[in-house]
Design a protein around this ligand. Structure first.
Ligand code: SDX
Length: 427
């Protein structure tokens, strides 16, 4: 591509530099466009807008490629661990054995939460959605960890990053325990990050909890698949919150709130609920027709993606993991067959082919999480748990980016032009 882009407006010509990354589309640097032309660009949903430079994650939506610091998601899912991927995203390189050991120990030593944090849960109704609890309790962390809220201090940024990654599983497990009326379990430092989370979620004080290695491996892989994903809606929310100088705990709480939406992280819960509503494969055509009906707001949850116009590579790994978990737990869920059949029918339907709608990360995850024993309302909490690694890594990258400024988009104003106030007696 050329190194400048020409732009004509009102009979004048303007030129803007074109920047290239290491891979992927070039960008036109339009930072001076408004000052020079008096016009804004218009891009609702930011379909053609790069909001930042980033070296963390790259997606090729047409090829169905997802790289974390250059490593393909399929290789990381098969050969790495969630803590190793966390280290990679935070530091840019895969750790040595010693570096990984030190990182694991650091994170493990931050898994406990301030004892008073438990009081926050008591304020929620028992039937509160766990994502509502996560928004509230994670936001409250900034009230407890004042010594790691100075975003200009790299040491405090690192401590806050480790605290968030370490404590989010503890808080997630507490949210589940609170909703089922069971006591909270403290972390057990002898377990892995994921094993510790499984025990805090499913263990009870009355008896020992044995972590099932196959479930631990599958859960760890699911966390890897959800770790980071370029500038998705919740990551962009974290960056925008962080651009004002807000503390990292508040920024992650903002990301959790955004992730909750059914068009984003809430889709895993919505996808399983949809599969349950469909029930048997015989009813699939009815739902496919609804998804295609412009007058019906219904969408196939777990299908489609802003960037992937090919198969989401995470869905491929997720589908394979379903079989592993079913074998390990000796369970079967007919909804998996319904999901496979739904995918088969959708991918042979012109509407889905033409609009390039493929299963995304959320389509199969619910079947696995349900088989492991998580209630549907916990699915997005698990997404937030894993994505905290990506949010924290992206937040750190933003804070240290010399180009970063407070995010403040403009608008195309369509409201009334200036007019004078009319006293109520004259209206
Ligand atoms: C995640 O951004 C990320 O990276 C997100 C994520 C991450 O890791 O952070 O990957 C996680 O959020 C995955 C997506 C989970 N959401 C869902 O599964 C919900 C269902 N999917 C849709 O809501 C939709 O596909 C989106 C929101 C995911 C993407 O929407 P876009 O890019 O804005 O696309 P669009 O809504 O403009 O759709 C294009 C067309 C439209 O038809 P037309 O108006 O052109 O006629 O495709 C149709 C849509 O109606 N369409 C669907 C559909 N998704 C899009 N039709 C039926 N079922 C669907 N699922």
């Amino acid at each position: 591509m050329t190194d400048t882009a020409k732009f004509a407006l009102d009979g004048k010509e303007f030129e803007y530099p074109v920047m290239s990354g290491s891979v992927g589309p070039d960008v036109v640097d339009i930072r001076k466009l408004y000052a020079q032309t008096g016009a804004f660009t218009y891009d609702p949903g930011f379909t053609s807008t790069a909001s930042c430079r980033s070296a963390l994650t790259y997606i090729d939506g047409d090829e169905g490629v997802l790289l974390h610091r250059g490593y393909p998601i399929g290789e990381l899912a098969e050969q790495s661990s969630f803590m190793e991927v966390a280290y990679l995203l935070l530091n840019g390189e895969l750790p040595s054995a010693d570096e990984l050991q030190t990182f694991n120990t650091t994170i493990t030593r931050h898994t406990m939460v301030h004892e008073q944090l438990a009081a926050f849960f008591r304020g929620f109704r028992r039937d509160a959605h766990p994502m509502a609890i996560m928004c509230g309790v994670v936001g409250a962390l900034s009230a407890f960890y004042h010594d790691s809220t100075d975003i200009h201090d790299p040491v405090q940024r690192t401590i806050a990053s480790h605290r968030l990654i370490a404590k989010i599983p503890t808080i997630a497990a507490m949210a589940h325990k609170y909703s089922v009326g069971q006591p909270f379990l403290y972390p057990d430092n002898s377990l892995s990050y994921t094993g510790n989370f499984l025990r805090m979620t499913f263990g009870v004080p009355a008896e020992p909890y044995e972590v099932n290695p196959a479930v631990e491996r599958a859960m760890d892989r699911i966390f890897i698949l959800h770790a980071d994903h370029e500038q998705n809606a919740s990551t962009s929310t974290v960056r925008l919150a962080g651009s004002s100088g807000a503390n990292p705990f508040a920024c992650i709480a903002a990301g959790i709130a955004c992730l909750w939406g059914p068009a984003h992280g809430g889709a895993n819960e919505a996808a399983l609920n949809m599969l349950r509503e469909i029930g048997t494969p015989e009813r699939i055509p009815e739902f496919i027709a609804r998804a295609k009906d412009k007058n019906d707001p219904f969408r196939l949850m777990g299908f489609g993606h802003r960037v992937y116009k090919n198969y989401d590579p995470r869905a491929t790994v997720m589908q394979k993991t379903v079989r592993e978990v079913f074998d390990a737990l000796k369970v079967n869920d007919p909804l998996f067959e319904t999901a496979l059949r739904l995918e088969e029918i959708a991918l042979s339907d012109d509407y889905f082919i033409e609009k390039k709608l493929f299963p995304n990360v959320d389509f199969y995850s619910g079947v696995i999480l349900s088989a492991i024993g998580f209630p549907t309302e916990m699915f997005t909490v698990l997404f937030a748990l894993a994505r905290t690694v990506g949010w924290v890594a992206q937040w750190n990258e933003m804070i240290t980016d010399p180009d970063q400024k407070i995010g403040r988009p403009r608008q195309l104003y369509t409201g009334p032009t200036q007019r004078s106030y009319v006293p109520v007696a004259e209206r």
